[in-house]
Design a protein around this ligand. Structure first.
Ligand code: ATP
Ligand code: MG
Length: 388
């Protein structure tokens, strides 16, 4: 039987159930985000008792569609299966299709929402299970710990959903339900992971990248845009603001204590992030900092940059070890791009012995040697915005 025309993807969500009166708000955000994630595909999306059914899509692109759905925050799991008219023979035909080539132990999980259907859930499971067994000698029943489960879900609509796999998705909360934040996005391993983790809690992201062209290359810029493209699978929308800090770095290099290069640069980054946050209605600044990872991430360094921020700074990786960060980077597919060998602006004019415990009074004294206001204005004049 060619049942393709009735193929469906069942999409489940979890945490957003918990939000009481806000439930509608979360569900709307989830639906909007699934639709945006599937822009460019044809499909139909319907709600049915705490789940969504995706149907009428191009079956040749099913893997791509399923992968996009898997990456939408708020989606807990999905199953690919079939919707058939509620009829025991029609259900059995699909059961055969799904179970004919497998071996080992199995069980049928039946659920009957449509109480008008003649068989109750136990009877459906027994009937379909019996038919599967009679055709496939390589299968045996194990109710408690089966290798395979066939799900039969008799809906009130007159349709039954039949499927045999449940695939875990990214979970989290729909992006857009926790306001918007400015992400300081370098081309490294950490900040893309920070982006993923904060978007996972429902925050929309606007990325801000600093370069030092011509000291940093065009490839470094392309790498960041490539990372942004990968991150968009999770953030749904993503805009990247790109700003040159070449003049700022050159001025610091010429006029200031070189051990404070990175601290001073970081403070400029924060000042600019404040301005973008204000302009774009962002309620937080997000960084990929991890406590003690490098000189600029000691608690003293963080104190010097934190002081500048006018909105909360979210540092989801603060307690992560590098190998834990790498594990996430690989899982979310940013790792291979992050390790491409193009330099970040922080490596330009890198001091021989960067201050690991910068003192605020020294920082302020060094800043007095600079025309901070003018430098920031001219840096902002280099702003280029790329919508991914
Ligand atoms: P990453 O892997 O994210 O580059 P890192 O381990 O290289 O982090 P640092 O270079 O100290 O650490 O950067 C710390 C954080 O500062 C980054 O996670 C990022 O949020 C921000 N940052 C660093 N460089 C840039 C940049 N060129 N543009 C925007 N943000 C930056
Ligand atoms: Mg870096």
């Amino acid at each position: 039987m060619e049942s393709n025309k009735d193929k469906i993807i069942i999409i489940r969500y979890s945490e957003i159930h918990l939000k009481g009166n806000n439930r509608g708000f979360f569900e709307n955000a989830l639906v909007t985000n699934i639709k945006r994630a599937l822009e460019g595909f044809t499909f139909s999306l319907q709600k049915t008792s705490g789940r969504y059914l995706l149907s009428k899509y191009d079956h040749n692109r099913e893997d791509e569609i399923a992968e996009r759905v898997r990456c939408v925050f708020g989606v807990y799991s999905y199953s690919i299966g079939y919707a058939v008219k509620t009829d025991i023979d029609a259900i059995d035909e699909i059961a055969n299709l799904l179970m004919e080539d497998i071996s080992g132990t199995f069980r049928v999980n039946a659920n009957r929402a449509d109480k008008k259907f003649g068989l109750n859930s136990m009877q459906i499971a027994a009937e379909i299970g019996g038919r599967i067994l009679s055709r496939n000698a390589k299968l045996s029943v194990n109710l408690h710990n089966p290798e395979h489960i066939l799900y039969v879900d008799v809906r009130e609509t007159g349709n039954t959903l039949v499927y045999s796999n449940v695939i875990r998705a990214v979970n989290g909360m729909p992006v857009g339900t926790s306001g918007k934040g400015v992400l300081l996005l370098s081309g490294g391993i950490d900040s893309p992971v920070a982006c993923y983790l904060i978007a996972k809690r429902g925050m929309s992201i606007r990325a801000l990248h600093f370069h030092s062209y011509p000291y940093t290359s065009q490839n470094a810029r392309l790498k960041v845009l490539e990372l942004a493209k990968i991150l968009k699978r999770y953030t749904i929308n993503l805009t990247v603001d790109i700003i040159s800090v070449t003049e700022i770095q050159t001025e610091i290099h010429e006029k200031c204590n070189e051990d404070y290069m990175i601290t001073l640069l970081r403070r400029f980054m924060m000042k600019i992030a404040n301005i973008i946050a204000d302009k774009e209605d962002c309620k937080a600044i997000i960084t990929g900092e991890s406590l003690g990872q490098v000189a600029s991430q000691t608690i003293e360094s963080i104190t010097c940059t934190n002081e500048i921020a006018q909105v909360p700074v979210l540092r989801p990786l603060i307690a992560y070890d590098k190998d834990e960060i790498i594990e996430v980077a690989k899982r979310i597919k940013t790792f291979d791009t992050s390790i491409l060998p193009y330099e970040d602006c922080c490596t330009v004019f890198l001091p021989k012995s960067p201050a690991t415990k910068p003192k605020l009074w020294v920082v302020e004294r060094e800043e007095q040697k600079l025309d901070c206001k003018g430098l920031i204005e001219r840096a902002l004049a280099t702003l280029e915005t790329v919508t991914i």
